[in-house]
Ligand binder design. Sequence first.
Ligand SMILES: *Cc1c(COP(=O)(O)O)cnc(C)c1O
Length: 220
Amino acid sequence: MIVKQNLTGFKKLIPNQVTLVAVSKTKPLVDIQEAYDAGQRVFGENKIQEMASKYESLPKDIQWHMIGHLQSNKVKYMAHFVDLIHGIDSFKTLKEINKQALKHNRVISCLLQAKIATEETKFGLSFENIEEILGSEELTQLKNIKITGLMGMASFSSDESVVSNEFKRLKLFYDKMNSLGAGFSILSMGMSGDYELAIANGSNMIRVGSAIFGARNYIA
Ligand SMILES: *Cc1c(COP(=O)(O)O)cnc(C)c1O
């Protein structure tokens, strides 16, 4: 019951136009089913094989989002069902997704991950690289992917102004790309610890795990 309570409480805190991705990585099927029964349909995982096995076992109207860093050789295990891929940080990965999507006659929605945090460990593309990818002739050849927006992770900092400024920068860049015709509709930023700041700074999709499912037993 705790998942249902957490979820219901959490949903009251966020505006309607913000999509909640319930991050269920490392959590068992029963927890996901409980969230599903409470009305949640969008779930996020960070390991492709874990997501694929959960997909097999759970209701087929769940929208599965891949939020983790991608290994190109595993894209094939999710190409037939994944709804949105958040963490893309290379053109090579886009090409692989396109190739696998084509095999299933699908168009897979993708978000480019922007590096906004100052920490060394965070993955992501520079704004400059993103502009290059969006403007590249090669991208127009990839008919089986669609870049529908951007994703970013802020620094793990207790200084709210640092976190806010990182989100702000990404929102400005997102708007700039749209003004140049990118056609983005999704700005994925915000997690359990910083979703309020993310929403205040223009996020329309948050990825929330521990605030719904409780703490994970290990860092995933
Ligand atoms: C695990 C994870 C989340 C959710 O983190 P919580 O702090 O548990 O809300 C969000 N985004 C990404 C990319 C993650 O890997």
